[in-house]
Design a protein around this ligand. Sequence first.
Ligand code: ANZ
Ligand code: ZN
Length: 846
Amino acid sequence: MKKYIPSELEPKWQKKWDESNLYQTDLTKPNKFYVLAEFAYPSGDLHVGHWFTWAGADIYARFKRMQGYNVFFPNGFDSFGLPAEGAAIKRGIHPKDWTEANIEKMKEQYQTMGPSFDFYGDLASHKPNYYKWNQWIFLRMLEKGIVYQGKYLSNWCPIDQTVLANEAVEAGKCWRCGSEVIQKEINQWFFKITDYAEQLIWKDDGNGVDWPQAVMEGQNNWIGKSEGILLTFQAEDNKIEAEVEVFTTAIDTVFGVTFLVISPENQLLSKYVVPDKKYEVDVYIKASTKKSELERKENKEKSGVFTGSYVINPFNSEKVPVWVADYVLAGYGTGSVMGVPGHDSRDHEFADKFGLEIKPVIKPKEGVTSAKVAADGFWDYSEIKGEFSEKSVLFNSGDYDSLTAKEAKEKISKYIESNQLGSIKTQYHLHDWSVSRQRYWGTPVPIIHCDDCGNVPVSYEDLPVELPYEVDYTPKGEPPLASNKDWLNVKCPKCGGEAKRDAETMDTFVDSSWYFFRYLDPMLESAAFEPEVAREIMPVDIYFGGAEHTLGHTLYSRFFTKFFKELGMTKLDEYAKKRVNHGIVLGPDGQKMSKSRGNVINPDDEVKKFGGDAVRLHVAFFMPYDGVGPWISERIWGPFHFLERVWGLQEKLGSEAQKLGKEDLKIMHRTIKKVTEDISEVKFNTAIAGLMEWLNYLSKKKVVEIEEFKNFLLLLAPFAPHITEEIWQTLGVSKVRKVPKVPNGKEKDSVDTFDTSKPFDTFFDSIHQQSWPKFDNQYLEEEEVNIVVQINGKVRETLKIQKDIVSDSKVVEKMAIESLKVQRSLNGVSPKKIIYIPGKIISIVV
Ligand code: ANZ
Ligand code: ZN
């Protein structure tokens, strides 16, 4: 027999599958199943981390197809973004040329692993027929008031020279280049995602879909819904014509207020600063703009300046000094807080530093000892509002003394509302999404600036606003697009006067927020997508991606889906029924695999050496799909030998079909069951372990029957599509079938390899079009049954009883009594009563 040489058979089948349009989906057929793998960035070289991401999706897609679903498994490229510009600046290659070359290269690399993508339409977000729809969405949002422009203190990356969304700042650093993010006031475009904050909250029922708990919690924390009170404090000096409103979630501490803080950016501040303090406050404001939001939030070393003015606490008429301090952020609540150093740790640090009074007003109820109360009476509010809300009691709080915190909160809130001292308010930590980027390689913002007419939207007929090829994309403080004057200078669509295009581009997260809708037809010219098609094919049934997208991409896509719903383009609330977070492949050094760390493994070499099937098998086997583990190339020998042994089984096939024996049937059905269930639950590694066990069994047999071998190949097919196809075809089990040549009538590059004059052609019968094997429970049942023996309710023994005598109570009871352990427990006493529940339990009463 020939040796197993992957390089001889894999390219052959890849070509055949491609020519036969094997994986192209006919979206008009019923029983759809949409498998989505996260949009890939074409960075140049695929590394095995990338394979890991989509290989799981491919295995799943193949499995579902064999189960009879009409699987839609598209792929495309998230091809706008900074690295293209970085490469351009470094190597002098135009971002477009660099990106397109990378896409070609990545497609070739993908091809060597035999993925079952439907590449129809070649979706790539840098193509005008894609980003045109980003612009369309932008304009629709503008119409609906979801897009606005504003000057905001923003995260600014000094290296990339661009604004960053909060989600793109990791521990104070730019997520792409790792440099320290600074704060800069910038005019920019925003998506008002905060309007959707409530809708984006995950409810206890998981919003009717199956997403990882960690993602739902992460998003909810990020949205940060918080219910509190807006309370107004009047200035003590009636010459100050401004009151201060604070947002508090701890109104039950209102008698403990000993100071009030206004954030440095708050417009109100200047009204409270007395002339004497003006200089000091100004210096302070300047200094605080240099700090990042994170620094301000987390710095334990508090800073601030007294304004010289006071407000009056409406509850006890006490004079409260007003301070400015940067631990209070401008962008949350009202940008002012009431300082309660007796119960808020930040306020406590502040009071300590400046010698302000610390006045606790809530303590644990008598007898409650588990609360953590400090020597000065400080009791952290996180404890009070939690398990102690009813085990606490107010003091120093006027009429509210001796109420629990919970009762006081309700009562004080009611008082505030009925006396119009403030109002109940739900607040969200979520910020609006800044989408302006001062970069070249992205979607141009479809706006024209006219001195007379202001911001004028480009009309829908004039979309797309194409990204010009010729620009100077080296950062010089102004957006690169502004360097192409022919592109920049236009006539105002309203007045016809001289005007300029907006030279910014959109955040690339806009591209990835809705690509899964566009996959339905990437070539469509009349709309972003066809609502009727979306109704049939959406939602995504299973979405494979990385946990790092919890706060960015997957949240934004949910927002877009809700916006599309508002436009009547979809009825969906959630776009993906199930989300699977894949694990992380580490380099051989145990660090996360990435180009910048230089620990990347190029899969091309591995595929050359072991073949695509062995590499795929290794990807699926070397750790749980959601695990974290290092890639060690030598270990691919394991899967390779496994495949060699599968190959070798061909020699053991009997010349005439014989019936399978009892043991043969048992392990076969058991493995079918295991592999079916494990793949369903995305447990690829244990599915393969099941196949290995079966292979060991088969290898020991003298003669392997065609029936068991066929089933083995079918179960292995999603993992190792080439070798299984090769053997399948030589087994002669496939029938010639008639299949439409171009299944959904869509043209494809390779279409000319068909005879298009005839609508049908004889077609090879691929293993990947076969039905998934079914298991039969009758072969799975165990021969023996475990029966528990109890004496006076205590378990004393577990008996293994042959199945055929289980129902014979006399025999079973006798065996129970005679067992050594039972004899020892009985210790000569004879039982009063024996109750036998057949197949389960024997109760002996003494
Ligand atoms: C007084 C108080 C006493 C507070 C106490 C808490 C505990 P969440 O849950 O995150 O919504 N706060 C309000 N606006 C702020 C801002 N712009 N910058 C910094 N802190 C701000 O937190 C709400 C609480 O955070 C508010 O309730 C306020 O402090 C503070 F024992 O008011 B609290
Ligand atoms: Zn104009």
